[in-house]
Design a protein around this ligand. Structure first.
Ligand SMILES: [Zn+2]
Length: 276
């Protein structure tokens, strides 16, 4: 009984604050943030390719188009799909890209190209491979856009200016020489950027900086909507379309992005690092 009363209270509170949260966070178009298409045990950040297929169909059915980050920033009717960390399971996207004639953006920490992940496999041995140089070229040829995710997947907000510049310049140069295309965006690792990081990114020629949280401050703090393993058609719709549950979804995403700030700390103590 008490449980039901608490549940009813939560639902009522969610409905009451939903319009406020929606106004607060729903500004530009929608940029979805994904990590991997290969869900593993106790890994809640990955979604299956099947789920992503549902997302794409759901967008289309509601009159939304799938476009680039630039289009999603400018147009309310456009959803952009982005992947952080550049894992090689993104290759599963190739049939979806040609089937739906869409593009995606992949943010790569360039020091790990062709290597095994070393910072978010701390629960169990959930290791993943990063895209190799050849795979990046293959995806770029299929129309995939690439963005920087720093060089060493560093928490940029904790670095000195010179180190931030090195991380952003090096990753941009490597990806531009591999793909032959301009790298316009940086997604801050762990979703952590600040004014210093934004200013340096702007000076190096980036056009926008992307967070993991849904909050949007300016073009160098563009928010994203994370998708995770617990998402269902209902929650995905709530994330993409204004409605009673949208506010709750934004709130949940903010809380998750706050918890993600612990990730670098946990990784520091529990994961072997790649030698530099
Ligand atoms: Zn990352």
């Amino acid at each position: 009984m008490i449980f039901l009363i608490i549940l009813a209270g939560i639902v009522l509170l969610t409905i009451l604050i939903s319009p406020v949260l929606r106004r607060r966070f729903h500004t530009h178009g929608r940029i979805l943030a994904l990590h991997s298409l290969q869900p593993k045990f106790l890994d809640f950040g990955a979604v299956s390719a099947k789920t992503l297929n549902h997302v794409i169909d759901g967008c289309r059915n509601r009159g939304l188009r799938i476009g680039t980050i630039e289009e999603a920033i400018l147009r309310e009717d456009t959803v952009a799909i982005t992947f952080d960390d550049g894992y090689d399971d993104i290759l599963q996207m190739l049939p979806l890209l040609s089937k739906h004639r869409i593009t995606i953006t992949v943010f790569v920490p360039t020091a790990f190209i062709g290597k095994t992940n070393s910072w978010d496999n701390f629960f169990l041995n959930n290791k993943r491979r990063h895209l190799s140089e050849e795979q990046i070229k293959q995806l770029a040829a299929a129309g995939v856009e690439f963005g920087s995710h720093s060089h060493w997947h560093s928490d940029l907000s904790r670095l000195h200016d010179d180190a931030i510049e090195e991380e952003l310049r090096k990753s941009k140069n490597i990806l531009e020489s591999l793909t032959g295309r301009e790298v316009k965006y940086v997604a801050y690792p762990y979703g952590r950027g600040d004014n210093r990081v934004s200013a340096i990114a702007r000076r190096l020629g980036y056009q926008a900086g992307i967070w993991s949280s849904p909050r949007v401050a300016d073009v160098f703090n563009v928010g994203r909507t994370p998708l995770n393993r617990f998402d269902t058609q209902l929650t995905i719709n709530a994330k993409l379309h204004p409605g009673i549950l949208s506010g709750a979804e934004y709130l949940k995403s903010l809380i998750i992005s706050r918890f993600s700030h612990l990730t670098p700390l946990i990784a520091h103590f529990s994961s072997p690092s790649v030698s530099r």
